[in-house]
Design a protein around this ligand. Structure first.
Ligand code: ZN
Length: 262
């Protein structure tokens, strides 16, 4: 299943081996932490460049900043970011791990009294990006997203008691929005797939394709690889009537490129 990429995601990584980005791998993604920057009016670009410029000043960071124009990943999603204190215990109780080891931290940029961020647009992108992560890491939005203030209630208000409160968005609405967006983007991409029709082949056409795949499967290309990998799998698709236009295009491309690419 694929996911509809409504928005583009930029990568602008902080310098590695710094306090903010030690460049150590995380232990796999188990949940997501919703944050807001707590910095009224500050954009995604401004936050990321501030993090870059102060990369060695403090071990505090987040993976992603989202505003009304940009979604910027500043720490690779397979690396640790320091976005929740290690000594809070709520993450261990809820998920059996520490947020910094097993969660992605996503910051919402917003305007309350300052700046010119369009909150509605920023929120749309934020919800979409959360859905994107839920798709990517196979997470249930209702169970695997925590607000920073839920994990560290004595010190933090973001996002439910800060940006979201100012925007009139409850926890319940936010999680429902992410869930709906996830379903919507998956459904859209399924509809795209429906356009990738199975080919209605006559017998002589099936025979032609099967014999072609059989022969190509025995030959090696300029890169030393067989012209077609797993020819039997393709032949099975032809014979049971599930070969698509897309499949045939891939087969064609593989055969052509492996004959010429060294
Ligand atoms: Zn936070």
């Amino acid at each position: 299943m694929t996911f509809q990429m409504k928005y583009s995601i930029e990568q602008q990584y902080l310098p590695p081996q710094t306090l903010r980005r030690p460049a150590t791998k995380n232990k796999g993604i188990i949940f997501i932490v919703a944050h807001d920057t707590g910095n009224d009016g500050s954009t995604a670009k401004a936050n990321v460049s501030y993090f870059c410029n102060s990369a060695n000043e403090i071990a505090a960071s987040a993976h992603v900043f989202v505003d009304d124009h940009n979604i910027i990943e500043c720490i690779p999603l397979n690396e640790k970011a320091y976005h929740v204190r290690y000594n809070v215990t709520t993450d261990n109780e809820l998920y059996g791990c520490n947020a910094n080891d097993n969660a992605i931290g996503v910051e919402l940029c917003y305007s309350n009294k300052r700046g010119r961020i369009d909150n509605a647009e920023a929120y749309k992108r934020y919800v979409w990006y959360m859905a994107y992560l839920c798709d990517k890491f196979n997470l249930d939005p209702q169970k695997k997203i925590s607000g920073h203030n839920e994990l560290d209630p004595s010190r933090k208000t973001d996002p439910y008691k800060n940006a979201f409160q100012a925007m009139g968005i409850s926890r319940q609405k936010f999680l429902a929005d992410v869930e709906a967006e996830l379903a919507y983007c998956r459904q859209l991409s399924n509809e795209d797939n429906k356009e990738d029709d199975v080919m209605k082949l006559q017998k002589w056409q099936k025979d032609l394709i099967v014999s072609g795949i059989t022969e190509f499967g025995k030959l090696k290309g300029a890169d030393g690889m067989p012209l077609i990998n797993s020819p039997q799998a393709w032949i099975q698709k032809v014979n049971n009537g599930t070969l698509t236009v897309h499949d045939l295009a891939i087969i064609n491309f593989a055969v052509t490129s492996r004959q010429v690419v060294k």
